[in-house]
Write a protein that binds this ligand. Structure first.
Ligand SMILES: [Zn+2]
Length: 559
């Protein structure tokens, strides 16, 4: 359980009867500057605001001494609680609330800096005027460092957190961050932070899920700058640590997470940057991109179904891990081991690709040929002639025939192993076998598609040397500079597959980009991962009519 903390209060603490309590938790950080800034407003708030600072287990006697001196000299009533060991942000916030005396609690992170000199007074005025259940003041980057190494975090924060209050107010429950958040005491008593969360991440999301269902969330323009930008590797480390917390969110709110997947996923994913201009959010639930294993990043908090392993096991139906944690993982993978594309397209270009591939997809080759086009088949030699959920897979003779007709034979993995769940040596081994088998049939085996769309930075790094490109399944267009190690692709699959693909063809035409389409079986009664021959034919015709080049992946990249 929780240990007793050491408490220090300054002289003005005892005589104050504050309305607002500013609660500042920190770990391995020095909140002195923030305290000094807040104290400059002491005269303006006239005893109505107090400050409670919680050292959540930094265990630095020098820092404690320094802070004690700062607090002792403050005019604002202030109190320092020093914990002997880290208890996590949820317990820390609950402790702060217990130590506070005001009717409203202002949670303020130690790396925040008020943007205006009326910061405390505006909060105190708001409480006096409206006494809102929950109010968020906003986050900015006004005073934050501009060094390039923080560019990723800056981009993330700009997109997801630093939103003007007029915009926040339109979707009040969407923007609740505990870094500058006012919570009325009775609201906090009704919905405290879940002490099951330890370490960094997700506890505020979980809290906001509960609170926004019961109370009004007000948005005001009283921002503070988030000074603590992280480098990419620091961010990665934090996300890695946060996986168990994420699992807890899913565990506690399965209904919320599953009932509103796109809304919630979008909200959670807003904490990571979107790198593709054509953001996958446009494709709704179709974001089945990439992932990482190597640094143990995002160690799958949401278990997926059993995935095929070994050499001659037929894969489960197409199923990237749909969990939000996996989505974050795939998004993170897009940031690393990038290899920028040099395309030199003559005109908008569309590639038709087939994964696995079921024998019915081989018969679709004739459709493409009628449009003077060829397809790219990402094959698993380990599946030749096996039978799976989408029927029989292509065999060696059919693959050789496709290659002879000018279609491209690319690589999936030999045994359809999931690159995210296969360790490095085994992955290279598997890939080597597939390349050997497919080149023996006359295929180029130059380009690769990740089975299940599951990617990891480790897999990207390993496979990048072996292949000319690596393709995922996150929707998007390929442009100059897009990542060859994680090419986006749009699925022609499911009931709306043709409509979605047509929409993306039009986007490629508008922007002169390259669109890679993928499907699996091509039959009159396709599986949920395939399409009909007619749909394929109409899409090829549409792309031609719209002025697109129809090329294989190799024809685009290997010229
Ligand atoms: Zn596959």
């Amino acid at each position: 359980m929780t240990a007793k903390g050491r408490v220090f209060a300054n002289p003005t603490w005892k005589v104050a009867s504050p309305v607002v309590s500013v609660l500042i938790p920190f770990l391995r950080d020095d909140p002195s500057t923030l305290l000094t800034l807040l104290n400059e407003e002491a005269g303006a708030v006239d005893g109505s605001v107090e400050v409670v600072v919680l050292d959540d287990g930094t265990r630095d006697p020098e820092l404690t001494k320094r802070l004690t001196a700062v607090i002792k000299g403050m005019t604002l009533p202030a109190r320092l609680i020093t914990l002997p060991r880290n208890e996590g942000r949820s317990i820390g916030r609950n402790r702060l609330a217990t130590a506070a005396r005001g009717g409203s609690l202002l949670f303020l992170d130690s790396d925040m800096r008020p943007d205006y000199r009326r910061f405390l007074r505006d909060w105190a005025d708001l409480v006096a005027r409206e006494d809102p259940p929950v109010a968020f003041g906003g986050i900015s980057l006004l005073q934050a460092p501009v060094e390039p190494r923080f560019a990723v975090h800056r981009a993330m924060a700009t997109k997801s957190e630093c939103v003007p209050y007029t915009v926040r107010a339109r979707q009040p429950e969407k923007y609740v961050y505990t870094s500058n958040l006012l919570v009325r005491r009775d609201v906090f008593a009704a919905e405290a932070f879940d002490p099951g969360f330890t370490g960094w991440g997700w506890e505020d999301v979980e809290w906001a899920m509960r609170v926004s269902q019961r109370f009004r969330v007000l948005h005001v323009d009283n921002p503070a700058t988030h000074m603590g930008l992280d480098t990419v590797s620091d961010l990665a480390g934090k996300y890695e640590q946060s996986a168990p917390n994420f699992a807890r969110v899913v565990d506690r709110h399965p209904a919320i997470v599953s009932t509103y997947p796109s809304y919630r996923a979008a909200r959670l994913l807003k904490r990571l940057p979107a790198w593709d201009a054509a953001a996958p959010a446009a494709a709704g639930g179709r974001d089945r991109g990439i992932a990482d294993r190597d640094a143990g990043l995002f160690a799958a908090p949401v278990p997926g179904g059993p995935l095929c392993r070994g050499d001659r096991v037929t894969p489960e139906p197409y199923s990237a891990d749909p969990g939000l944690g996996a989505k974050l993982r795939r998004r993170y993978a897009r940031l690393v081991h990038r290899r920028p594309a040099r395309l030199n397209l003559d005109r908008p270009t569309v590639s038709f690709t087939f994964d696995d591939a079921p024998a019915s997809a081989a018969s679709a080759a004739a459709i493409l040929e009628r449009h003077q086009a060829r397809g790219t088949y990402y094959l698993c030699a380990g599946l030749f002639d096996e039978t799976g959920h989408m029927g029989r897979y292509i065999n060696a003779a059919e693959a050789a025939d496709l290659a002879a007709r000018g279609h491209e034979i690319g690589c999936h993995s030999f045994g359809h192993v999931d690159a995210h769940r296969t360790d490095g040596e085994a992955l290279l081994d598997d890939s080597g076998r597939n390349v050997a088998a497919l080149t023996a049939l006359g295929g180029s085996a130059r380009h690769f598609a990740f089975p299940y769309g599951e990617v990891s930075p480790a897999a990207k790094a390993r496979l990048a040397d072996r292949y000319g490109s690596l393709r995922g399944v996150h929707a998007g267009l390929v442009r100059e500079g897009s990542d060859l190690n994680q090419l986006p692709a749009v699925g022609i699959e499911g009931d709306d597959g043709e409509a979605v693909a047509r929409h993306w063809i039009d986007r490629a035409v508008e922007t002169g980009a390259w669109l890679i389409l993928f499907t699996h079986d091509v039959s009159d009664k396709p599986s949920p991962w395939g399409c009909t021959p007619e749909a394929l034919d109409r899409l090829a015709a549409h792309a031609r009519d719209a002025g697109c080049d129809l090329k294989t992946v190799g024809q685009v990249l290997d010229r």
